[in-house]
Design a protein around this ligand. Structure first.
Ligand code: SF4
Length: 300
């Protein structure tokens, strides 16, 4: 792939010009202060009549005009970047970057099954997560309920990438309604609205709340963090981590069978399993015959 800096626009084919333009945009939106996703800027500029004409006529332009039009394209891209349309143009980047966290106002969506239970999960207190605005990692001080992501990605489970659509658009959660890449002020105002918790959902079912409390007491992230802090100094701690992780796996499958609840719902009741989250602590559980051991891996 040619770089727009290393070659001359006068010589570019339409394809090379578009690729150079996309590279230039990626560089522009790379600024940590920038909220506008590159895909959105591309879609927005592609709708600009002057840009449309440049793309349409590029192959027929003489070399000198290509250089002039290239400069115009960059200038109008920068202008669109500084003045994004104050509206969603369905670039889909928000839905690709992560699923929403639910607030108390979203409870009815769950109760009315507009968002089915199996598509939400709990992030527990102390769980390592990333800030959706800055991408920085931190440990949760309070629990959250979140819509699931597609396996191995950050993409919301309800996003249809082919048609760039939300499949629950009419019933999308509060955070999605407030989300606006051209202005994050509405998103920030959500900080005043309490997050949904398991207590809001199951508070009236005493037996479930007791089980959740027992799980928190025996299998908390505080315990896991404390053990990992000691791991470097004392290798026997690895066995305690394995015991904790194994107990937690057993706890959730035992309760699932005893209460006959769907497996997918256990991640709402008890959060994600400690075993699945071990990579966030730089290791994973391996089994060799009857022996379980912690294998150190690269931190993700
Ligand atoms: S619920 Fe809909 S709008 Fe919200 S992140 Fe998912 S796909 Fe996007």
């Amino acid at each position: 792939m040619k770089s727009y800096e290393a070659t001359n626009p006068a010589q570019w084919s339409l394809e090379e010009m578009k690729q150079s333009w996309i590279n230039w945009i990626e560089n522009l939106v790379n600024d940590p202060e920038s909220q506008i996703p590159g895909t959105r800027l591309i879609l927005q500029v592609e709708e600009n009549p002057e840009a449309k004409e440049i793309f349409l006529l590029w192959e027929s332009l003489n070399p000198q005009d290509r250089v002039t039009k290239w400069k115009i394209l960059l200038a109008l891209t920068e202008e669109e970047y500084k003045n994004p349309l104050p509206a969603c143009i369905q670039c889909g980047e928000c839905c690709l970057r992560g699923s929403p966290t639910l607030h108390v106002d979203d409870l009815e969506l769950l109760r009315e099954n507009k968002i089915p239970w199996e598509y939400v999960y709990t992030l527990r207190r102390g769980e390592p997560v990333h800030n959706p605005l800055t991408g920085k990692p931190f440990f949760l001080v309070d629990e959250r309920i979140k819509i699931s992501e597609k396996p191995g990605t950050n993409e919301c489970v309800f996003y249809d990438p082919k048609n760039r659509l939300c499949t629950i658009y009419e019933n999308r959660p509060l955070q999605c309604r407030a989300q606006a890449c051209w202005d994050i002020s509405a998103f920030k105002q959500l900080e005043d609205i309490p997050y949904l918790t398991r207590h809001d959902i199951f508070g009236e079912i005493e037996v479930l709340m007791d089980i959740i409390a027992e799980h928190e007491k025996k299998c908390s992230f505080e315990k896991l963090h404390a053990l990992f802090k000691l791991l470097d100094k004392n290798q026997s701690i690895a066995n305690q981590i394995i015991e904790l992780v194994s107990f937690e796996s057993h706890f959730r499958s035992f309760i699932q069978k005893e209460l006959n609840i769907p497996k997918a719902t256990t991640k709402l009741l008890f959060g994600r399993s400690l075993e699945n989250l071990l990579p966030l602590f730089g290791c994973k559980l391996e089994i060799d015959g009857d022996t379980k051991f912690l294998k150190v891996i690269k931190e993700t």
